[in-house]
Ligand binder design. Structure first.
Ligand code: KG4
Ligand code: ZN
Length: 360
């Protein structure tokens, strides 16, 4: 089974073709994975400008789809289904992807699957590693930071969420404050590499509170205040601040992971979970190594998909579509794009939950 995926919910115009067997339990094969980043178009603004993003998707998407089919040495006629991100995300971009996918489905008569972008991130580890349900998901990105129990396809229970900023957003804002450019995550990680994490004392918000919710706004403010106190910052101070910030995030996530593993064990008769770290922030090597150590210590197993599949891409959308197509889903032409679309629709809405896409 071959599925074409289309992703336009933030600032990457992406198309991919993946192949799955009839059960779609994974792993699958990525036949092509084309990602055009718009970063240069947004750089001057220090964040993604929704109008510019939508226009850039319109200009590029046809060519990106053609490239994905070409790279996979296949053609539309041989595709079994089309999967498109139908939300959550910046609505202008989502509309561009959905209308393009509907046109392709209408012209070819192929099934069309409306994919939740967050489910794309969630199921990536099934595409790459064939991870079985249930598993624990740490979804950490520019627009969302959530801890979820993934019981099955479309079956999510939110155990924790940020109550304010997403982690990637905190990285991006810290980078902006320190003039490190956009996107901030990789820049902060680079600057932190030779920094002294112990030089600045930074808070670990909510750490003493029960449950699995997280907060990063106070940390961001503390970084700003420290930067103001030590202004003008030399290169050393910038590195030290970045290292301190990154370590605070690592401490918060490590603590939440320990607690989530214990919670999982109490749910599933003591058995250890597989934990999947997904979303753009999962590309951070320091955070990944720290969480890996915590998981091993607790007798659990952490899986982090390769970096290019952690950040936004269409292979993950094609894969989520393949899993749904294998179960007979076809959403036809009638569905609407959604700017908000939480994975666990029963969980109480919280700022930062079910949101996707960083706006200036
Ligand atoms: O999943 P993604 O590509 O887009 C969203 O769905 O938001 O994630 C992008 C986010 C950005 O906030 C970016 O700064 C962050 O992921 N990110 C990182 C790293 N690479 C990307 N954060 C920390 N460390 C990194 N190495
Ligand atoms: Zn994403």
């Amino acid at each position: 089974m071959q599925v074409l995926g289309i992703e336009t919910s933030c600032d990457e115009t992406a198309a991919a073709v993946v192949a799955a067997d009839a059960t779609s339990a994974g792993p699958g094969a990525i036949l092509s994975n084309v990602v055009l980043s718009q970063i240069e178009k947004h750089q001057a603004f220090g964040g993604v400008v929704p109008e510019i993003a939508a226009r850039a998707h319109v200009e590029a998407l046809d060519g990106i789809v053609a490239a994905a089919l070409g790279d996979a040495a296949t053609e539309l006629a041989d595709i079994d289904g089309i999967a498109v991100t139908a939300g959550p995300g910046l609505i202008g971009g989502v509309i561009v992807g959905v209308m393009t996918a509907k046109a392709l489905a209408f012209a070819t008569g192929k099934p069309l699957i409306a994919v939740n972008h967050l489910e794309g991130h969630a199921l990536t580890a099934r595409l790459t590693d064939g991870v079985h349900f249930p598993f624990l998901l740490f979804l950490v990105s520019g627009g969302h930071s959530q801890i979820l129990l993934v019981r099955g396809l479309g079956d999510y229970e939110r155990w924790g969420t940020t109550i304010d900023d997403a982690i990637g957003e905190a990285f991006d804002k810290t980078a902006k404050l320190l003039d490190l450019g956009f996107p901030g995550g990789p820049a902060v990680e680079r600057a932190a590499a030779d920094g002294d994490a112990g030089r600045f004392e930074l808070p670990r918000p909510l750490l003493n509170r029960a449950g699995l919710d997280m907060s990063f706004a106070g940390l961001k403010t503390a970084v700003r205040l420290a930067a103001e106190r030590h202004s003008p910052l030399d290169r050393r101070a910038v590195s030290d601040l970045c290292a301190g910030f990154q370590e605070a995030i690592a401490d918060i996530l490590a603590h939440r992971l320990e607690r989530a593993i214990a919670h999982y064990r109490s749910h599933y008769a003591g058995s250890a979970p597989t934990i999947v770290l997904a979303g753009g922030v999962a590309a951070n090597q320091v955070l990944g190594a720290r969480l890996d150590a915590v998981a091993s210590e607790a007798g659990a197993h952490l899986i982090v998909p390769p970096q290019n599949l952690c950040t936004d891409n269409a292979a993950m959308i094609a894969w989520a579509g393949a899993e749904r197509l294998a179960r007979g889903q076809d959403d036809g032409l009638g569905f609407a794009p959604r700017s908000r679309w939480p994975l666990d629709e029963t969980a109480a809405p919280v700022l930062g939950h079910g949101k996707h896409g960083v706006k200036v």
